[in-house]
Design a protein around this ligand. Structure first.
Ligand code: GDP
Ligand code: MG
Length: 163
């Protein structure tokens, strides 16, 4: 059984890094077409015995006329059309921002299945950000490092209830 996971979050938290780690860099790059505005890309991955389709909501970084908040909502809604679960990613190093809080509240109210991931969690610099992430009211954050491949077992564990 295949589980579709959409990675959402504000720019620079590490969504594409996780996508590339899960699906393999080569595969992710094949999808990139220069000059084409792309608001999501999807690829299959087998991670810790789970068959996943991973959706990277790229394009939040693109220039649109509307606000980042509006873009995040639109991206999430679009991703949800094909996702079983939303992976909401925050940056444990940068800490939780007002945008993160705002978006978390919106996600909570939308009653969507959400898993919270605190990325860039390698090392002590992430400690206070991890604690802040608990305050988002989306349950226990999974501490991961997309760049270093840490926390992947916990990531898989958190997805199991949705399979
Ligand atoms: P996106 O905008 O959310 O897709 O973020 P990217 O995947 O493009 O990553 C933004 C920046 O964060 C890049 O410079 C990455 O190398 C860096 N990054 C991603 N994951 C990690 C991580 O686990 N730890 C650290 N320290 N940096 C990371
Ligand atoms: Mg990206």
């Amino acid at each position: 059984q295949r589980l579709t996971v959409a990675i959402v979050g504000r720019p620079n938290v590490g969504k594409s890094t996780l996508f590339n780690r899960l699906v393999g860099k080569k595969l992710a790059l094949v999808d990139d077409t220069p000059g084409v505005t792309r608001d999501w890309r999807a690829a299959d991955a087998r991670v810790g015995g789970l068959d996943l389709t991973v959706v990277d909501t790229a394009g939040l970084e693109e220039v649109f006329d509307d606000s980042l908040e509006a873009r995040m909502r639109r991206q999430t809604e679009r991703a949800m059309e094909r996702a079983d679960v939303i992976l909401f990613m925050v940056d444990a190093r940068a800490g939780i921002t007002g945008m993160d809080r705002h978006f978390a509240t919106w996600l909570r109210r939308s009653n969507r299945p959400v898993v919270l991931a605190a990325n860039k969690a390698e090392g002590a610099a992430a400690r206070s950000g991890l604690i802040e992430a608990y305050e988002l009211g989306l349950g226990e954050p999974i501490a991961i490092s997309a760049e270093h491949g840490e926390g992947m077992a916990d990531f898989v564990q958190a997805l199991l209830p949705f399979v």
